[in-house]
Design a protein. Structure first.
Length: 260
């Protein structure tokens, strides 16, 4: 089809064909092809259905959209994504893990329901907001203690620098990562009762305080700059200093202060 049109254009250029006649002829051919495809579209659908599953059968309702407050569809086919049919918006999701609702909690910025991504009890996990994951709210570089941090597209709540959000970096960050230069070890609230700290940049995971009833990051800091961690067991509350920085080594300090 394309080569035939190019031949006609060459004839027009050499004055051997009429431009108007060629134009009308070409439009008529495209019109007939369009009508043919519209008439036989069911055959095309059948060919696609033989290789692909329709979204209706490959999706389920998962979490509410922060804009229309309606449930979005979780498309489980790779690449996994969320689809809001009412807003006609699609949101990318973290891949190669399990995604589930996160306690029906909402992001304080956009009212989207939070989700949790996990690679299992021994793997990395973190909560995230579907909207912030695709449209990071704090993309400018911000100062987090002595390290420069920023939230980028494709990151979870453990990289969000919202000043008061209980799921963000400021509420759950503990100390600088022991392996990478820019990461922060953050408490993963979704990991209970097998509590763990995960780096928000690399794959470092630290398992600790298994079977503790509650683990939170305290506002107080150690002399080394790390946040204190409050650990609650059934009969005792423990305040724990996770890491102390002693250049050039990182020393774990298991110094427990029994508060009650």
């Amino acid at each position: 089809m394309r080569s035939a049109v190019e031949e006609q254009l060459n004839l027009i250029a050499h004055g051997k064909a009429d431009f108007i006649a060629v134009l009308q002829h070409t439009i008529e051919i495209f019109k007939l092809k369009f009508l043919y495809f519209v008439k036989n579209i069911e055959g095309m659908d059948q060919l696609f259905e033989a290789s692909f599953s329709p979204l209706a059968t490959a999706s389920k309702l998962l979490s509410r959209c922060g804009m229309c407050r309606r449930y979005m569809k979780f498309i489980q086919m790779k690449p996994m994504r969320l689809l809001c049919s009412h807003c006609d918006e699609t949101y990318n999701l973290p891949q190669n893990g399990n995604i589930r609702p996160y306690k029906e909690l909402k992001c304080p910025l956009d009212e989207f329901e939070l989700l949790s991504w996990s690679m299992g009890t021994k793997g990395k996990s973190y909560p995230f907001c579907p909207y912030c994951y695709n449209h990071p709210p704090f993309s400018e570089v911000l100062q987090y203690k002595q390290f420069m941090k920023d939230m980028r597209k494709g990151q979870g709540c453990n990289s969000c620098t919202h000043p008061t959000c209980p799921h963000g970096l400021n509420s759950n960050g503990v100390c600088a990562c022991i392996e990478c230069e820019t990461g922060v070890l953050t408490l993963d609230p979704s990991s209970a009762p097998k509590w763990k700290l995960t780096c928000n940049k690399c794959d470092v995971i630290v398992h600790l305080f298994e079977d503790a009833q509650k683990v939170t990051v305290d506002e107080s800091t150690c002399d080394c700059g790390s946040q204190l961690i409050n650990v609650e067991y059934k009969q005792v509350i423990i305040q724990f200093i996770f890491f102390c920085w002693v250049a050039p080594f990182v020393i774990s300090i298991f110094c427990f202060n029994f508060l009650g």
